[in-house]
Write a protein that binds this ligand. Sequence first.
Ligand code: COA
Length: 176
Amino acid sequence: MSKIRLRREADLPGCALALKAVYATNGYPVYGVGDAIGFLQTDDTAWVAENMNGEITGHISLFKASPSDVAVAMWWQLHPQKEQPIAVLGRLFVHPEARGGGIANKLMQTALDEAQRRGQRLVMFALANVPDAIRMYHRLGWEHFGTTIFRWKGDAGEELEMDAQCFASPVSADKR
Ligand SMILES: CC(C)(COP(=O)(O)OP(=O)(O)OC[C@H]1O[C@@H](n2cnc3c(N)ncnc32)[C@H](O)[C@@H]1OP(=O)(O)O)[C@@H](O)C(=O)NCCC(=O)NCCS
């Protein structure tokens, strides 16, 4: 059993530990985990899942929408009027030993509830190296609105890229 709560500063080392296990299993995040805590920083809100022993089992964040995010850039290209405020969902992961029990579902629902309260729709992108997550978003009724390319720098400064599938949160509450 894990409970979901707002992330606190003191949770960051535990989050980084869980992220390292995720990276070893899934290669997420593609940047590696050399700066796990930096990767977890957000300009908005983050939540954690915590088990009965006080260990972090899962994590999710919201970010403010910025055109430097490939999903936001594509969304705004498709919706130039910016008719609906958006925020970005990210940094979603569940410790490999805690999977399959609905933790990601609960974390996503928590972020969706907050976005709904604020009148925002959520967008996000998933890279081709996490096919399980891509299947999950389809299954949960997220709207696939395009494929783009995500670029980043490797350890030696080399240019790397991967396909990024862009999704928007379901519009109707009962499809979440
Ligand atoms: C993707 C991930 C977050 C799922 O976490 P989880 O806690 O095991 O997921 P849940 O148990 O809450 O399942 C959520 C839904 O996704 C489905 N799902 C979960 N894992 C799945 C898989 N491997 N294949 C297909 N569907 C899957 C579940 O069936 C469930 O759908 P349902 O409610 O319709 O049954 C986890 O596997 C993970 O951390 N992966 C590595 C990091 C990652 O890919 N992050 C996302 C980056 S975009």
